[in-house]
Design a protein around this ligand. Structure first.
Ligand SMILES: Cc1cc2nc3c(=O)[nH]c(=O)nc-3n(C[C@H](O)[C@H](O)[C@H](O)COP(=O)(O)OP(=O)(O)OC[C@H]3O[C@@H](n4cnc5c(N)ncnc54)[C@H](O)[C@@H]3O)c2cc1C
Length: 398
């Protein structure tokens, strides 16, 4: 018998639809409630799914649909002061798949609907009450819903997190604001080769797309925290001025900023990183995805970890007799892995704004550093991680 028959899933980003589909596959009926009025809220930007995330998507049969909308990242270059060095890859591991966030959410939504999941939009979770047999969720429009368990896949500003523990720490701010732009620039670069560039004042990354344009992401250092909404209140023209000043003198950052226009600039706002969260679950509520483990964009793992957690949580609810033991087993399977990757993200974030001396050192030391660095040891366990869906979950040792 499963730990629950019905589940409310809060959030139709990435973790939510994957969890709902996996729950259906596990014999548990799931309904998704999303605060935004429509599917794919237009937050914009692209994200790269790592091999571990793609493998986990295969469990719910949506990996090929994602590959069909993706650009495989076939090469990676690290560049300091405009001088690049090719990064080694992992043997036999699928390349990262770059996808538009909106398109990814549409594909995940469509797969969930195909599996029998219902979606309700314009439903912002406000409170949750425990009932004798389950949970009752109330939404800000006054409506309610009941189920055996409630999954909080509601992102870095999670409401469910504070309902589980009012004292839970909030998402940390990396000190970086995210932007994405697109430029018509003739760079000698194959489509799918990604460059991670340390500019004079800020970090950025860029890659050529199939249409020949160059897409780039900027990580702008900013003492002021600006949510996506607040950052978007500032005119795109003003942000372009700031980005052009920031990347002036960088190759090709200066040209990328100069050639990006207001209509192709996407303002993404503060980039977050979650500190360790003491309580992942309480009673019949549990957290997954960025709500509990946002490792920051520097890891390239946020979405992939969210997908893995969604699948592992569904396995635990399928195999264990009650929500408490299922949630404990899920946390046991996930906590160490996600916190380790988050620590790597924090280290990378602090290296994104090196001073001039550190940059000169990086440029000289980089070839030796890469020669000595064991990519298989650092990145291998992240990307080779595989979930055996058919294996039965057992209660973790006390
Ligand atoms: C600039 C940037 C670049 C990134 N690049 C990468 C990358 O290359 N690779 C990678 O793997 N990850 C990347 N990430 C991280 C990745 O986007 C997240 O890890 C991923 O989106 C987490 O998915 P999620 O479903 O947990 O949360 P989200 O995608 O944030 O979804 C949460 C959903 O919950 C909804 N919601 C919130 N509150 C409520 C409520 N009260 N009631 C109902 N619904 C609610 C939200 O509207 C949203 O739809 C990047 C992030 C940023 C900011």
């Amino acid at each position: 018998m499963t730990a629950a028959s019905t589940a409310i899933v809060i959030g139709a980003g990435i973790a939510g639809p994957v969890a709902a589909t996996a729950l259906k596959q596990a014999g548990i009926s799931a309904t998704v409630y999303e605060a935004y009025p429509v599917a794919s809220d237009g937050i914009g930007g692209d994200l790269a799914l790592a091999a571990n995330g793609m493998r986990a998507l295969g469990i719910i049969g949506v990996d090929d649909a994602v590959r069909a909308i993706a650009l495989p990242i076939t090469g990676q270059i690290m560049s300091v002061n405009g001088r690049g060095l090719e990064l080694p890859g992992l043997d036999g591991v699928e390349p990262m798949q770059m996808v538009g966030r909106g398109e990814l959410q549409r594909v995940l939504h469509d797969r969930a609907v195909e599996a029998g999941v219902d979606f309700h939009y314009d439903k912002r979770l406000a409170t949750v009450e425990n009932t004798a047999t389950g949970v009752a969720a109330s939404f800000s429009d006054g409506t309610t819903a009941t189920a055996d368990v409630l999954l909080g896949a509601d992102g870095v500003r999670s409401t469910v997190r504070t309902l589980i523990d009012p004292a839970a720490p909030g998402a940390g701010y990396t000190g970086l604001l995210g932007f994405q732009g697109s430029a018509d620039l003739d760079l000698d670069l194959d489509p799918g080769v990604m460059t991670f560039a340390f500019g004079k004042r800020a970090y950025y990354l860029y890659w050529r797309t199939r249409d020949g344009r160059v897409t780039w992401g900027a990580n702008l250092p900013s003492k002021q925290y600006l949510s996506t909404t607040d950052a978007r209140k500032i005119a795109a023209a003003d942000w372009l001025t700031t980005l052009r000043e920031t990347y002036a003198g960088d190759t090709p950052g200066e040209e990328l900023a100069n050639l990006t226009t207001e209509d192709t600039l996407q303002v993404l706002g503060a980039i977050h990183i979650m500190p360790p969260i003491p309580y992942w679950h309480r009673d019949r509520m549990v957290l997954l995805g960025d709500a509990v483990h946002a490792p920051s964009n520097s890891t390239g793992q946020g979405a992939s970890l969210a997908i893995e957690s969604a699948i592992q949580l569904a396995r635990c609810l399928r195999d264990l007799p009650d929500p408490g033991s299922a949630f404990a087993a899920y946390e046991d399977l996930r906590r160490e892995r996600v916190e380790k990757i988050t620590r790597r993200g924090a280290r990378t974030n602090s290296a994104k704004t090196p001073g001039p001396v550190a940059r000169r050192f990086m440029q000289t030391a980089m070839p030796l550093f890469f020669k000595l660095m064991n990519f298989e040891k650092t990145i291998g366990p992240e990307q080779r991680y595989a979930i055996d869906w058919d294996e039965r979950v057992t209660v973790p040792p006390a």
